[in-house]
Design a protein. Structure first.
Length: 222
């Protein structure tokens, strides 16, 4: 007799979830994706660019440069504040504050700044910065479309966002473009061996994604 191979069943990965629709959301899988139930998802949470705006009253004429590729896993939509708190000839130190008002580690002029929120460089100019000089970094909202978790990007899709409930093929054009789908977003227990991770993900990257899901109440059970 020919060998029969069973496919992936809808929501086969689920152990438990919240009452009603508490654990579930409906989103849009972006065109080009062909995903199975149990696929770990990311979402395009951030826009294509970060808007850097120097304070129009700055004394220093140095620049701050960054892009969407310099957003980290902890980045949030909104306005980050970067302000000079210590002036120095051809240098200086800047405070960095999240849109929620939380203080991050300080930035130093001429030294690349990088953490799980932001990456940028403040360059010295002809006129030195003085205390109070500042920049704002505006992280725009992305289109929110779902895709396979992609640890190589910085659009927000590198952050584990949820788990797909049903098989979705959005790989074709036309009627299958940007396909609506249900997914587990929060408060659920799931089976480790029924999840699909992106090809090539490292042990460390998977551990980080597992933590990100746990922060949303999605617990992976072995």
């Amino acid at each position: 007799m020919p060998e029969i191979t069973e496919g992936v069943y809808s929501a086969e990965f689920l152990i438990s979830e919240g009452p009603g629709t508490r654990s579930r959301e409906i989103g849009t899988v972006k065109q080009g994706e062909n995903l199975k139930s149990g696929h770990v998802l990311g979402a395009s949470q951030f826009g294509a660019t970060v808007t850097v705006t120097p304070n129009g009253r700055n004394t220093g004429d140095g620049t701050l440069t960054m892009g969407a590729a310099d957003l980290g896993a902890a980045s949030v939509v909104g306005v980050y504040a970067v302000e000079c708190i210590e002036a120095a000839a051809n240098g200086g130190r800047f405070s960095v504050t999240t849109p929620d008002g939380d203080a991050l580690e300080e930035a130093v002029v001429g030294t690349a700044y990088s953490n799980d929120h932001l990456g940028f460089t403040i360059a010295d100019g002809a006129a030195d910065f003085v205390v109070g000089d500042s920049f704002t970094l505006t992280v725009a909202v992305g289109d929110g479309k779902l895709e396979e978790l992609d640890v190589a990007v910085n659009t927000g899709a590198q952050i584990a966002y949820g788990i797909l409930l049903d098989n979705v093929d959005a790989s074709a054009t036309g009627t299958n473009a940007d396909t609506a789908a249900s997914y587990i977003r929060r408060d659920a227990e799931v089976k480790a061996d029924k999840l699909t991770w992106p090809s090539g993900i490292t042990v460390e990257q998977q551990a980080l994604a597992t933590t990100q899901l746990a922060e949303q109440g999605i617990i992976i059970r072995t």
